[in-house]
Design a protein around this ligand. Structure first.
Ligand code: ATP
Ligand code: MG
Length: 469
């Protein structure tokens, strides 16, 4: 037995289905907004993250999985996906060859050496978007609106958007001076991380989660008092748009986010499930002013966010927000005897090629054992094939829901199955692929209403695919 690595988790079966459901829904939404998928490497040169995520961030200071490869290069397992995505845009010269903004969405695992706890893993999955080449407030708003729409689509009702602005250069210079003055009186009594933050990037102190430090931080100067006219105008404009779109928000002046590359607006979505669980931010993002040029690209800005899939799945599970992700099968074949078993091999092969999810019991089992197996697989129909029936070219089909059964000619099987599944589920998965005319031999198929491709001309079955509308 090998133990799983601390802070990692297996995502299997039903849970994997839930992850796929979330990821597919988010990808569809991102596509509607014009984002294209980017799949970048999990390993990157370490410098990419020290330069972008920043030396003062917790991620770079203590959470990165960094190692030297056999060629002596310093390699890091990505702790986040913005840096790699922007690097790819720069390397692929997308800023030179396409219109702005360059819109990317991504999904995949990230690695951070964090203390494992509820909603916090060492390997976790993110889904995110980057809208790069952007300076307008409207794009910032569009990105927040996208995240909000995604959450609404997934069924979240009272999701809380916390938003703040980190202002422009002028704002940050003045604000950092004010923080320096304030914290210089307190830093000796604060945690060791805050002592480092004091020197490296003082605004990061606001992100400290140590209880006794929080009391000091609560009394620190607020950024709203230091916003330049320009920064204030921009922030007000953002908030007005959010009001127009009916996206509820709260301003959280201590929200600075854990990555150094943010400038301008930053935001997080939080959600507490009905039983009181809150696993931390389920989505977080913001506007970055210098990241693209830091990574070697043009002097353009960008905005993006990332969802934490683990946290999202957890709160959705808590509040029953997943639809029925039925993983039942269409058919469970029960052959009785050797001949029936032989016949079942090709029958199952053909049925599966026609998109009927099919399982078979090849072992010698009693009827009741086979029915139990079918039940455990959540099968809709049982297909019983006895030796005598086989000689008469017949099979018995039992509806495991209604318990009704009928004996039919094998030649009629497909016709019966298509009819059953058409009635059973209007939008059954087969509808795109199945024979839409009910014939089970393509020679019989003369339906002119649609175009038929006879892809498998050699087969006995009709494989005409219904053309998409
Ligand atoms: P936190 O403040 O909770 O540490 P963060 O600011 O480090 O979050 P980001 O780097 O912005 O988070 O990542 C975006 C999202 O990824 C987070 O909102 C969260 O949902 C998820 N996430 C971040 N770290 C982890 C982790 N260790 N385990 C699971 N999910 C995570
Ligand atoms: Mg973190």
């Amino acid at each position: 037995m090998f133990n799983i690595v601390k802070g990692t988790h297996d995502v299997i079966k039903e849970e994997a289905k839930k992850y796929s459901y979330i990821e597919e829904a988010l990808a569809n939404f991102a596509t509607i907004y014009g984002y294209k998928e980017f799949r970048t490497p999990i390993i990157e040169n370490s410098e990419l993250f020290t330069r972008s995520v920043g030396n003062s961030s917790d991620i770079v200071r203590k959470e990165m999985y960094t190692f030297e490869d056999k060629g002596g290069r310093s390699i890091t397992l990505r702790p986040e996906m913005t840096a790699g995505t922007i690097r790819s845009m720069v390397n692929e010269k997308l800023f030179a060859i396409q219109d702005y903004p360059v819109k990317a969405f991504y999904c995949g695992p990230n690695f951070r050496y964090e203390r494992p706890q509820q909603g916090r893993y060492r390997q976790f999955n993110q889904f995110g978007v980057e809208c790069a080449g952007v300076t307008t407030v409207e794009r910032d708003v569009e990105v927040i609106a996208l995240a909000y729409s995604m959450l609404q689509f997934l069924g979240f009702e009272d999701v809380k958007l916390s938003i703040n602005t980190l202002g422009d250069e002028e704002t940050r210079t003045n604000y950092k001076n004010a923080l320096k003055e304030y914290f210089s009186k307190h830093v000796d009594n604060m945690c060791s991380d805050c002592k480092e933050r004091f020197n490296l990037n003082i605004m990061r102190i606001l992100d400290c989660k140590v209880e006794s430090d929080r009391k000091i931080i609560d009394k620190a100067p607020k950024i709203s008092s230091y916003l330049s006219t320009n920064a204030k105008e921009k922030f007000d404009k953002t908030l007005n748009y959010l009001k127009d779109l009916d996206i509820p928000y709260v301003i959280d002046e201590e929200l600075v986010r854990g990555l150094d590359y943010y400038t301008g607006i930053v935001f997080e979505f939080h959600y507490t499930s009905k039983n009181g669980n809150n696993y931390g931010a389920i989505c977080a993002g913001g506007h970055y002013g210098h990241l693209i040029s830091e990574i070697g690209g043009p002097d353009l800005e960008g905005v993006g966010f990332a969802f934490g899939i683990e946290r999202l799945a957890k709160v959705m599970e808590d509040d029953g927000l997943f639809p029925d992700l039925d993983d039942g099968i269409d058919l469970f074949i029960m052959p009785i005897g050797e001949k029936a078993r032989n016949f079942s091999v090709s029958l199952a092969y053909n049925l599966r090629n026609l998109f009927f999810s099919t399982e078979i019991c090849y072992e010698d089992k009693s009827f009741s054992q086979m029915f139990k197996k079918a039940e455990r697989r959540n099968a809709k129909l049982a297909l019983i094939i006895g030796e005598n029936e086989l000689e008469k070219k017949e099979v018995t089909l039992k509806d495991l829901n209604t318990k009704e059964q009928e004996t039919i000619k094998i030649d009629d099987l497909l016709k019966v199955l298509y009819k059953y599944f058409e009635q059973d589920e209007h939008n059954h998965e087969h509808s795109e692929h199945e024979c839409c005319c009910g014939h089970h031999s393509h020679q019989d198929c003369d339906n002119d209403d649609h175009e038929c491709h006879h892809e498998h001309d050699e087969s006995d079955h009709c494989c005409c695919h219904k053309h998409e509308k």
